[in-house]
Design a protein around this ligand. Structure first.
Ligand code: F0G
Length: 410
């Protein structure tokens, strides 16, 4: 298919399209130096943590739509280390992107492409973050945006963003999988440009999560990269980036991927357990609404990603997700529930002996704490087994006596 097609999927077989980036003309040290020289740029493409790695991307770099995005920190997270049992745990905080999730990395590339194609409108189905990111980038580009989100199943921060940035927001009576099916039909029948992660330009941008992380690791690959997995676009993008980084002589060996799903939405983990013989879609149900997906669109390429990286897929309970999140939050880092699945998955794999406690592990935190404030307030409003609350706010009279009383000092 021509690269300037408005179709996000193959019109002949209905399958997903893939882009193959040309191998960069430089390799190894020269390429590492090129990327290093661009760090610190104040504006232009080099200021973006996506476009700085443009030699590794199959994307047109003219007239880009960029905030800029990326440039997210890689942090030590002692609280999460202790909680998970992984001594050298670090987190790559993709929640610190302009609209608060990793989606901005793919969206800058997809909306740049949409503008290049003069798309009359852009659309996506979403559990919330893609909608927020699409709405923001489409507004910046001046392209009308249409988002399909599952009614009642999207966190408040994300819905608020879609509305605020001016996207036409449709609350579909169904789950994410129904939204995606409708969005795909709408793209075919109504001629809007679909920018879900089935759009291969999205994955090109998301590859840079890994490239930037590897650069921050001094191009010494960690043993493991853990990430939450829903529709599986990111899992596929990570393996593409790792393979390309190895082929370009940027890293000497591949880290292993650990893709983590929520138990209530774990078709990929179930398929892994049976050697990927078949995918059985499920009716999803998890507190981590971002990954509440029962029939992942990028399944085939994610299977390849796990195979190529000797990866592992697992699932974790909602309680473990929320406890992992509380450990990350209490370290002053914070993330939304789905993001914490990565850390919960690491703990599970350490307990099972799959990951060693002294392995070098990077967990990707995919979304910002404020995406889902309701989940935080609900969590802290509960009582512990010993009767004390987690961190329930206390209402008081405006007097010093009352203050001393509640602080236990009078
Ligand atoms: N973490 C967060 C915060 C997400 O929003 C998503 C996906 C994922 C992880 C999983 O990534 O789908 O590539 O496996 N959110 C999509 C959305 C589905 O519509 O915002 P994936």
């Amino acid at each position: 298919m021509p690269v300037d097609s408005l179709d996000a999927e193959c019109t002949a077989c209905g399958g997903l399209l893939e882009l193959r980036a040309q191998p960069p003309s430089m390799r190894g040290d020269a390429l590492r130096q090129l990327f290093a020289n661009r760090r610190g740029a104040i504006d232009g493409p080099d200021a973006s943590g996506v476009w700085r790695y443009r030699e590794m991307l199959a994307a047109c770099t003219d007239d880009i739509v960029s905030f800029p995005e990326g440039n997210t920190p890689l942090l030590a997270a002692q609280g999460a280390s202790r909680w998970s049992g992984c001594a050298a745990l670090r987190v790559k905080h993709e929640g610190l992107n302009p609209t608060g999730s990793f989606k901005d990395r793919g969206m800058t590339v997809a909306i740049t492409q949409a503008r290049r194609l003069r798309a009359r409108a852009v659309a996506c189905a979403s559990t919330g973050n893609t909608a927020a990111s699409l709405a923001g980038y489409a507004a910046r580009a001046g392209i009308p945006a249409l988002v399909f989100i599952p009614a009642g199943k999207v966190a408040m921060g994300k819905l608020a963003q879609a509305l605020a940035y001016g996207a036409r927001t449709l609350l579909v009576r169904g789950d994410f999988d129904a939204c995606l099916s409708l969005a795909r039909t709408a793209a075919r029948e109504l001629g809007v440009y679909l920018v879900n992660s089935i759009n291969p330009f999205r994955l090109e941008g998301q590859k840079t999560i890994v490239l930037e992380m590897l650069e921050q690791c001094g191009w010494q690959a960690p043993d493991w990269i853990a990430l939450p997995a829903g529709n599986l676009g990111n899992t596929a993008a990570f393996a593409m980036a790792l393979g390309a980084a190895r082929d370009a002589g940027l890293i000497g060996r591949l880290p292993r991927l650990l893709a983590v799903q929520a138990e209530g939405a774990a078709p990929f983990a179930r398929a892994f357990d049976t050697g990927f013989t078949a995918l059985h879609p499920v009716t999803p149900n998890t507190v981590a609404t971002a990954i509440n997906i029962g029939d992942p669109a990028s399944y085939d390429r994610a299977v390849r990603a796990i195979r190529e990286t000797s990866g592992v897929v697992t699932s974790v309970s909602d309680d473990d997700i929320l406890d992992a999140k509380a450990a990350i939050d209490a370290a002053g880092i914070g993330c939304e529930p789905a993001s914490a699945a990565s850390v919960a998955g690491v703990r599970r794999m350490i307990r099972r002996g799959v990951i060693a406690p002294d392995d070098d592990v990077v967990c990707v935190l995919t979304g910002h704490l404020l995406k889902d404030p309701d989940a935080v307030v609900r969590y802290h409003d509960r009582n512990r087994a010993d009767g004390a609350s987690y961190n329930r706010p206390q209402e008081i009279e405006p007097t010093l006596d009352e203050l001393k009383r509640v602080l236990g000092d009078g």
